[in-house]
Design a protein around this ligand. Structure first.
Ligand SMILES: Nc1ncnc2c1ncn2[C@@H]1O[C@H](COP(=O)(O)OP(=O)(O)OP(=O)(O)O)[C@@H](O)[C@H]1O
Length: 237
């Protein structure tokens, strides 16, 4: 079982500090919601965690190892960052086949994950014909390919219909119930409130709240709590 641990993370772009001393832990068996206003530093934190950007200071690890040091990254972490980056002329199945081959995963796993995300009927269609929700499902299929222990998902519910939202919620809950770790960045507070065990809220590059959902929310709505803790960080930077 693999925890995500982020400690003392700093990241600047030019002279602009996107992330300042961010630290939190996502434990195995839990879904952690990463919330914050536009430009708060969520994507930057996820990019550093996934080895797509270098930190200026601090660390971001899976089971104690940075992404770059993982021997079989797809077996440890599955990530969905955005629904772009798909080759429009490829079929959904071919997209997954390419990823499976690169990660040395058996071809049969492609059909399993297509089935898991409900995309088997559309698997032979070209990605350019997919709706946003279908691209999201394909992205989630890609994240699941290596049977990872950790899922890192940026706005996974984007474009999903109500049945898709429920399906995603159940998928994440059962992933965590099996001991997996989920880090879920989202702006859809209602969605996060229904699925997360714990929250990390960032504002202007800093952690402004962190803890179990029930403790943070108590008898208030998540929206009230969120707007309170991010009140001083209103508007984009
Ligand atoms: N490659 C980059 N070059 C310059 N500035 C960047 C870069 N990436 C992010 N930033 C800046 O860093 C800040 C944090 O951005 P980030 O994308 O991490 O925010 P976010 O919390 O994910 O926002 P959103 O909810 O809008 O996706 C923003 O001010 C953004 O403009």
């Amino acid at each position: 079982m693999t925890a995500i641990r982020i400690e003392g993370l700093h990241k600047s772009y030019g002279g602009f500090e996107a992330v300042h001393d961010v630290g939190f832990t996502a434990r195995p068996g839990s879904v952690v919601g990463l919330l914050g206003p536009n430009g708060a530093g969520k994507s930057t934190t996820l990019h550093v965690l996934l080895g797509l950007a270098a930190a200026d200071a601090g660390s971001a690890t899976f089971g104690g190892r940075p992404y770059a040091d993982l021997e079989h990254p797809s077996r440890v972490v599955g990530a969905l960052l955005d629904a772009g980056g798909l080759h429009p002329g490829r079929t959904g199945r071919d997209h997954l086949r390419v990823l499976a081959t690169a990660a040395r995963l058996p071809a049969r796993r492609v059909d399993e994950v297509l089935d898991l995300v409900g995309m088997t009927p559309a698997a032979q269609r070209r990605v350019r014909t997919y709706s946003l929700g279908m691209k999201q499902r394909l992205g989630i299929a890609a994240a699941l390919l290596g049977r990872p222990e950790v899922l890192v998902l940026d706005e996974p519910a984007n474009g999903l219909d109500p049945a898709g939202m429920r399906w995603l919620r159940e998928l994440l809950r059962s992933f965590a119930a099996d001991g997996g770790t989920v880090l879920l960045a989202s702006h859809v507070l209602a969605e996060v409130a229904q699925v997360a065990d714990a929250l990390v809220v960032v504002g202007q590059g800093r952690v402004v709240a962190d803890g179990p959902l029930d403790d943070l929310v108590a008898d208030r709505s998540l929206e009230d709590v969120y707007l309170d803790v991010t009140a001083t960080t209103e508007g984009v930077r």
